[in-house]
Design a binder for this molecule. Structure first.
Ligand SMILES: [Cu+2]
Length: 120
């Protein structure tokens, strides 16, 4: 995820959903309390319903449209064929390992699953 930290202290991360049905995550270890930005790019030909356990996130962008009033969600569709989605969430759940995966069970079983880890 080519992690970057902006001057506002918000950590940015990117997740590629590859044709291999594996999530590619550059940096999934974060500090508790951080405000985190996650950007998905879907290079497959299917939509994926991405879900992060233990958190609500703000959906701030999907398919290139940025929302003036982000939607509070716990799952969002990432459009197919290069589609994008951007989330922001606060890492304010208990420290530990939180599952991040596609909600299509077949895709999850094929490896579209990772975790967000809080270091305490
Ligand atoms: Cu999927």
């Amino acid at each position: 995820m080519g992690s970057t930290t902006g001057s506002n202290g918000v950590r940015g991360s990117a997740i590629a959903i590859a044709a291999s049905s594996k999530l590619s995550v550059d940096d999934n270890v974060i500090d508790g309390g951080e405000r985190v930005v996650v950007r998905f790019k879907n290079t497959t030909e299917m939509e994926h319903a991405m879900h992060l356990h233990g958190h609500a996130f703000s959906l701030v962008e999907t398919a290139g449209t940025w929302f003036a009033r982000p939607l509070l969600k716990d799952v969002s569709l990432v459009p197919a064929n290069g589609g994008t989605a951007t989330w922001q969430f606060s890492a304010d759940s208990p420290a530990g390992r939180w599952l991040l995966h596609c909600h299509n069970d077949i895709h999850m079983a094929d490896g579209m699953m990772t975790e967000v880890v809080y270091e305490s």
